[in-house]
Design a protein. Structure first.
Length: 227
């Protein structure tokens, strides 16, 4: 009789770990730098655990990796080759992730990225070793019900930005005048062409379009939460 399918084993492993005291879906999402909805998809089988995520999950759940879920397995479409297992890295809780940005009032949630560090927050495992990573505080309601005032957004400037329901970004726009800081805003990414960047705002709901020559950068938000 054959054993359970890899996806079933993966789900059972995660569910078993989350049943332990102090382990939650939100905590696992934070450790992985994902939105909590991604964990829900893992548990329903609609999203597969990536190889690079296996050791992070094991470290958070404090649960050994099952034989069929080796952290060195080859991703779909990747070329197989010699690899070494990634060491399990515990979340040390170091508060070394800089919080950037100065809030400016306005219905569109625009703020200034003036290069000043306003605070430091804990760096999640998904941003370990990412020197350019940063965080921003939410202080406006332009993205409610996705992001609420008081939440902290963790940003990975090196991650690719692709269209999807869960793709939210920090966009920096070039200064309006010489000597001013770049303007920035948090929105859902829709499309980017050679001519324009299109974003979506939730509250009030509207579409924002910026000529590409006005865009300084588009950085992916990988996690949001309190603290």
């Amino acid at each position: 009789m054959s054993g359970p399918a890899p996806a079933d084993s993966e789900i059972a492993w995660i569910r078993d770990g989350l049943a332990r005291p102090g382990k939650t879906q939100r905590g696992l999402a934070q450790a992985l730098g994902l939105d909590p909805s991604a964990i829900s998809r893992l548990l329903t089988g609609s999203r597969q655990l990536r190889a690079a995520e296996v050791p992070v999950v094991a470290a958070y759940l404090e649960n050994e990796v099952p034989a069929g879920l080796s952290p060195v397995r080859t991703e779909a479409g990747a070329r197989p080759g010699p690899t070494s297992p990634r060491p399990f890295v515990a979340w040390t809780g170091g508060r070394d992730l800089p919080v950037m940005g100065t809030v400016v009032a306005g219905s569109d949630g625009m703020f200034h990225m003036n290069g000043e560090v306003h605070d430091y927050v804990e760096r999640p495992p998904s941003l370990q070793g990412v020197a350019s990573a940063y965080a921003v505080y939410v202080s406006d309601t332009s993205m409610v019900p996705r992001y609420f005032p008081g939440e902290t957004l963790h940003v990975h400037p090196g991650r690719a930005v692709t269209r999807g329901d869960d793709t939210f970004v920090v966009v920096q726009l070039k200064p309006e005048a010489e000597g001013e800081a770049p303007r920035a805003l948090v929105k859902r990414f829709m499309t980017q062409t050679a001519d324009a960047l299109t974003l979506e705002q939730f509250n009030p709901r509207r579409e924002l379009r910026f000529p590409i020559e006005e865009v300084e950068s588009v950085h992916l938000i990988i996690w949001a939460g309190r603290g």
